[in-house]
Write a protein that binds this ligand. Structure first.
Ligand SMILES: [Zn+2]
Length: 506
């Protein structure tokens, strides 16, 4: 009888190789169908023989729930980071560092400071043998089955010596959004979602959250050493560990500050949370010379950004009409200083969103900075209390009083022409650059046309006479003629595209 391990080994290797290529964005080496077939074959073998190789991809889906977390003592301590929150404080840190370097040339390295949960992974003989949370830096909790579900945590590595690697476990914002679309109770925050998933005793829950990880530090390595930060990062990359997508190497203080500004600007466009920038001295012999305080290394500092989330009180919800007649809730919140501006309004997507997030008037809520102009309400802080008022779903249009209809997740006013704000919004869109690009028709002018000349929809716009145009506020002969010419051009364009005005009647 053949040894089951001998049968499984090529299957496991082939599957891991294919996943690696997939998760690191390389050329796919196997179709999904082939992958599934091999995976099923491996699962069946494991079930029949009771043998599961330590790097089997079946670990990725999580195993049996655990009853409790075991304590794990890190071989090398995980240090905290010295923190600064202003450029002035950073400059003070640079001066101190220069003094400690005692005239030696300093090269700084800059990378993202991920906002997730710290992981410490242990490898021996090329196998992931343990994973732990940071804990107090000396001891953490053992979370090997949970860490194995993270696809960007390598289960095997080419390096065969003993190794401890530190990184940050995160949940991508796109993953969080996708998860929340079907989740019974939406997760408010990617950081808490990642931390909660890792610290869940049931690894299948961890697997469902589809976490990711980035690595930045070799804590312990026995059979080799590194001279510099780039050498260490190269080693991490060669062994399949993802590292920060941003790696700056500023030559001067000015360049260092420019790096920080650059990251701060890019921050809202990233698919994960970062809460700052890490600045590290690159030369490892200098690091040794500088040493540690009792809490943190003297050769690194975290430049912390302002929080991307804050809390405030929800004061009111109004319903705003769009050009399609869709009513969207707009949250009015207790003014709060956030990201350098005073926030008074926040987004809630629809009535279902309000129910799922369990928010109410008077409730304390989390708001999160989003790429839109106004932040989004993520959920409530704490449990409902007395004095809160339910947010009522409107039955009639706040603008025209028509009965509202429900379509999917949204509510609509179907009074297309008689509902002033939606008719004006529709015409404003129609003449905008994104659509017909008619110059000379501002929202203000369209409002005047609606109120005084009975212009109700886009087709009516074509009926405007020169006399009517001349009576519009701010319109003289030349401007009025230009407007009529622009409308005529738009009409011709419509016909050439054999596109009736009704095509715009959404
Ligand atoms: Zn209406």
């Amino acid at each position: 009888m053949t040894n089951p391990e001998q049968t499984m080994r090529p299957l496991v290797d082939r599957l891991n190789e294919a996943s690696q290529a997939y998760y690191f964005g390389e050329e796919p080496i196997m179709s999904d169908k082939d992958w599934d077939a091999l995976y099923d074959q491996l699962s069946a073998l494991e079930l029949n023989t009771g043998v599961v190789l330590p790097d089997s991809p079946t670990h990725r889906v999580g195993g049996k729930p655990m009853s409790a977390f075991q304590e794990h003592t890190h071989v090398s301590r995980l240090w905290s980071m010295d923190k600064v929150q202003s450029i002035e404080a950073l400059e003070d840190w640079i001066r101190r560092t220069e003094k400690l370097a005692d005239g030696a040339a300093l090269t700084y390295f800059v990378e993202y400071k991920f906002d997730g949960l710290t992981l410490n992974l242990t490898y021996d003989n090329g196998q992931l043998i343990q994973a732990a949370t940071r804990g107090n830096g000396v001891t953490g909790e053992a979370i090997l089955p949970q860490a194995r579900t993270i696809r960007t945590v390598p289960l095997t590595i080419p390096y065969k010596g003993f190794l401890e690697v530190q990184g940050e476990c995160i949940m991508r914002l796109s993953t969080l959004e996708k998860y929340n679309q079907t989740a019974k109770e939406p997760l408010k925050n990617a950081r808490n979602a990642a931390a909660g998933a890792i610290r869940n005793l049931d690894p299948t829950v961890t697997a469902e959250r589809r976490l990711d990880a980035y690595f930045y530090q070799v804590g312990t390595i026995r059979e080799r050493s590194f001279a510099s930060q780039p050498e260490m990062l190269d080693f991490l990359r060669e062994n399949g560990f993802p590292v920060s997508e941003y790696l700056g190497r500023p030559q001067t203080r000015e360049e260092l500050i420019a790096c920080i500004r650059e990251i701060e600007t890019a921050r809202p466009t990233l698919d994960y949370l970062i809460d700052g920038v890490l600045v590290k001295v690159g030369d490892f012999s200098l690091r040794e010379q500088m040493g540690y305080t009792d809490r943190f290394p003297r050769w690194a500092v975290a430049y912390k950004f302002e929080a991307e989330e804050t809390t405030t009180t929800l004061k009111d919800v109004t319903w705003e009409l769009g050009r399609t007649g869709k009513l969207t809730p707009l949250a009015h919140v207790e003014p709060v200083d956030f990201y350098g501006v005073t926030v008074r309004k926040a987004t809630l997507n629809n009535y279902g969103d309000i129910l799922r997030k369990r928010v109410a008037i008077g409730a304390e809520v989390w708001i999160r900075r989003s790429n839109d102009v106004i932040p989004e309400i993520m959920g409530r802080v704490g449990e409902p209390s007395e004095g809160e008022a339910e947010i009522i779903r409107p039955a009639f249009c706040p603008a025209c009083g028509s009965a509202l209809v429900e379509r999917g997740a949204h509510i609509f006013c179907t009074n297309r022409e008689g509902c002033r704000p939606q008719a004006i919004a529709r015409m404003t869109h129609f003449v905008s650059r994104d659509a017909m690009d008619v110059e000379g028709l501002s929202e203000k002018t369209l409002t005047q046309l609606y109120d005084q000349m009975n212009v109700r929809d886009c087709a009516d716009l074509y009926g405007i006479t020169l006399e009517q145009a001349l009576s519009l506020e701010g319109f003289k002969q030349r401007k009025a003629e230009k407007l009529l010419a622009a409308l005529e051009r738009a009409r011709t364009a419509l016909w050439t595209h054999s596109c009736m005005p009704s095509a715009f009647r959404m």
